[in-house]
Design a protein around this ligand. Structure first.
Ligand SMILES: C[S@@+](CC[C@H](N)C(=O)[O-])C[C@H]1O[C@@H](n2cnc3c(N)ncnc32)[C@H](O)[C@@H]1O
Length: 304
C-alpha cells in the first residue's frame, strides 16, 4: 500500500441520503472535516473531497479492492481530522528532554502537589486536634491545627532529624505508640516505605479510636532524588489501590479517598511548573485518567 498523504485527485460525488456505504464515521462529520464540503439539497448530499493516495491504489480492483479503498479512505479521514494534525503538535517550551525545574517547582513558586495537599489538609483542619503526629516536621500541624493541638509530635525513622520527638519506623510495629494520637498527618511518605502495607497498619494502630489519619500519596510524580538516596522512592498509587489498602485496615467504606489532577496539572507538575502559573480552574478540574495525587481521610472506628 502506498504512503498516505494529502495528494490525490479531487472528486465530486452526489450521494443519496440513504446510501450507507459513504457514511462518515460518527463524531467526525461534519465539524472536523474541513476538507470535505457538503452541499445539501433536498434529495442529495454532494461531497467534494481529495482522495488519499493509498485509496487510489485500490481503484480498478474488484469489489474487495473497492472495500479496502473505502476503508483506507475512511481511516485517512479519521486520522486527518485529528487536531492538532499529525506532526503539527506545538510543544513550545516543553519540547525539551530535561524538566523546567528538578525541584518540583519550589524554585518558581508553589509546587502543584503542595497546593493540592494544603487544600486537603486545610479542608480537614477540624481533625487536627489533641495529640497530633506528623512525619518529618510539624508544618501542617502548626499551620492548620492551631490552638486545638495539645501536643504536636514529629516522627522520624532515625535520630538524624533534630525536630523529631518520636523516633520510629512507620513500617515497624511499636506497641508504645499504639492508641496515642488523635490525628496523624502522613503526607507524601508511603511511597518511600517499601512495606507500605505495614505502614498503613501502624497508622491505624497508633490512632486512638475516633482518631483521624490524613494521608496523601503521589500517582504521577517525579522521583524524589533526596528520598531515593536516603530511604528509596518505591511506589506510586492509584485511587483504587489506596481505597483497597485502607479498607483492609480501617474497614470497608471508612476511608474517604479522592484523586486530584488532570493532564495539564500532571504535565506541568512533572516539569516543575508552579501552581501560581495556572488558574485554579485548570488545576482543580479532576480527570480520573490522570490522577496526580491521592488524598485519604480515614477514621479509626470505635472498638477496632
Ligand atoms: C517528603 S517527606 C514527607 C513529609 C513532610 N511532612 C511533607 O509532607 O513534606 C517524606 C518523609 O518520609 C520519611 N520516611 C521515609 N520512610 C519512613 C519510615 N519508614 N518511617 C517514617 N518516616 C519515613 C522521611 O523521613 C521523609 O522525610
Amino acid at each position: 500500500m502506498g504512503r498516505e498523504g494529502t495528494g490525490g485527485i479531487l472528486s465530486i460525488a452526489t450521494v443519496d441520503h440513504h446510501w450507507p456505504a459513504l457514511s462518515v464515521p460518527p463524531g467526525v462529520y461534519p465539524k472536523q472535516l474541513s476538507f470535505v464540503h457538503r452541499f445539501r439539497d433536498v434529495k442529495y448530499d454532494v461531497f467534494l473531497w481529495i482522495w488519499p493516495r493509498s485509496a487510489l491504489f485500490e481503484i480498478g480492483k474488484p469489489m474487495s479492492g473497492l472495500r479496502a479503498g473505502y476503508r483506507s479512505m475512511r481511516n485517512w479521514l479519521i486520522r486527518s481530522s485529528r487536531r492538532p494534525a499529525l506532526g503539527h503538535v506545538q510543544l513550545g517550551d516543553l519540547h525539551r528532554r530535561t524538566p523546567i525545574s528538578r525541584d518540583w517547582g519550589f524554585d518558581r513558586g508553589r509546587p502543584i502537589d503542595r497546593l493540592y495537599i494544603e487544600r486537603f489538609i486545610g479542608a480537614h483542619s477540624g481533625d487536627i486536634r489533641g495529640n497530633v503526629l506528623e512525619v518529618s516536621n510539624n508544618d501542617y500541624t502548626s499551620r492548620f491545627g492551631g490552638a486545638k493541638v495539645m501536643r504536636g509530635d514529629v516522627l522520624h525513622y532515625d535520630d538524624g532529624n533534630p525536630r523529631a520527638t518520636v523516633i520510629a519506623d512507620l513500617a515497624v510495629p511499636n506497641p508504645g505508640l499504639e492508641r496515642r494520637f488523635d490525628c496523624i498527618i502522613c503526607t507524601q511518605t508511603l511511597q518511600f516505605i517499601y512495606d507500605f502495607r505495614s505502614a498503613v497498619t501502624q497508622l491505624h494502630l497508633w490512632l486512638k479510636p475516633g482518631g483521624v489519619a490524613l494521608v496523601t500519596v503521589p500517582c504521577i510524580s517525579q522521583i524524589s532524588r533526596e528520598d531515593m538516596k536516603q530511604t528509596g522512592d518505591y511506589w506510586r498509587f492509584t485511587s483504587v489501590a489506596v481505597r483497597r489498602l485502607f479498607a483492609e485496615e480501617f474497614g470497608e467504606g471508612v476511608a474517604e479517598v479522592e484523586a486530584l489532577g488532570n493532564i495539564l496539572a500532571a504535565v506541568a507538575f512533572l516539569h516543575g511548573i508552579a501552581a501560581e502559573e495556572f488558574g485554579e480552574a485548570d488545576l482543580f478540574e479532576a480527570d480520573p485518567q490522570f490522577q496526580m495525587l491521592i488524598t485519604v481521610r480515614a477514621v479509626r472506628q470505635e472498638g477496632s
